[in-house]
Design a protein around this ligand. Structure first.
Ligand code: MN
Length: 237
């Protein structure tokens, strides 16, 4: 049987460090995690003209994160506390996300990818958690990313709960933004103790899940279970 082909979005970097020319970047474990659960990872260049072709090839889509923020104008906000924007990357990811939603191709958003799903469905983001001046947890963990730093509490009656079957799990946390107003048909599937949204689901689609942490590190069994369920749903035609 042919392995499901999983499109994975790339980060974009200006000339410097790796190359004197513009370059794409992806952490190895984003690709390795897909291979480990039986898929074929396909990194995707930011090509707006190939959105249709990409959607014809892939059986599932992973939208990755990166050290940048979605331009707030894309969710109707002015820039208060957003950091670096990567407009070309975001434009591509939004277009591909909307295309995959329209074709009901399973979508897995990780970190910034979770936020992108919410924006694609008409939701908004908290531009900087710390600037809320609330007693929030440290969501930009100081410890290495292959360690957990806080718990997330999983809501019943969600796909995430059906997958993990636990009330809470420990996750790594590397974000300064979070989902704020929910998009159309978006529900919260977990929160941190401070109320920050840590994962969402698009209920009108076959498999549309975003998590704010980085399960591709496979730190806990729960992380791998999410990937396994994603792949299973990419296989069913
Ligand atoms: Mn967090």
């Amino acid at each position: 049987m042919k392995k499901p082909i999983i499109g994975i979005t790339l980060d974009y970097e200006k000339p410097g460090e790796y190359s004197k020319f513009p370059w794409y970047a992806i952490r190895k474990n984003y690709l390795q995690s897909i291979e480990d659960v039986g898929g074929f990872p396909l990194p995707l260049l930011h090509s707006l003209e190939n959105i249709e072709d990409i959607s014809n090839i892939i059986d599932g889509l992973v939208i990755t994160g990166g050290n940048f923020d979605i331009n707030p104008s894309l969710y109707g906000d002015i820039n208060n506390n957003s950091r670096d924007n990567k407009n070309l990357r975001t434009t591509f990811e939004l277009a591909l996300c909307k295309k995959c939603l329209a074709k009901n191709i399973p979508i897995f958003g990780i970190c910034g990818g979770e936020q992108l799903i919410n924006v694609a469905l008409g939701g908004t983001l908290i531009q900087d958690i710390k600037s809320l001046n609330l007693k929030t947890l440290e969501h930009e963990q100081l410890s290495p990313r292959n360690q957990t730093s806080h718990k997330v509490y999983i809501e019943y009656n969600t796909i995430l709960h059906k997958i993990i079957r636990k009330k809470f799990i420990d996750v790594n946390s590397a974000h300064h933004q979070a989902v704020d107003k929910l998009g159309e048909g978006v529900i919260v599937s977990s929160k941190a103790k401070d109320g920050i949204i840590e994962s969402i689901e698009g209920v009108n689609y076959r498999w549309c899940i975003g998590v704010q942490w980085h399960p591709e590190f496979f730190i806990t069994r729960a992380d791998k279970l999410i990937f396994l369920d994603f792949l299973k749903n990419c296989t069913i035609k």
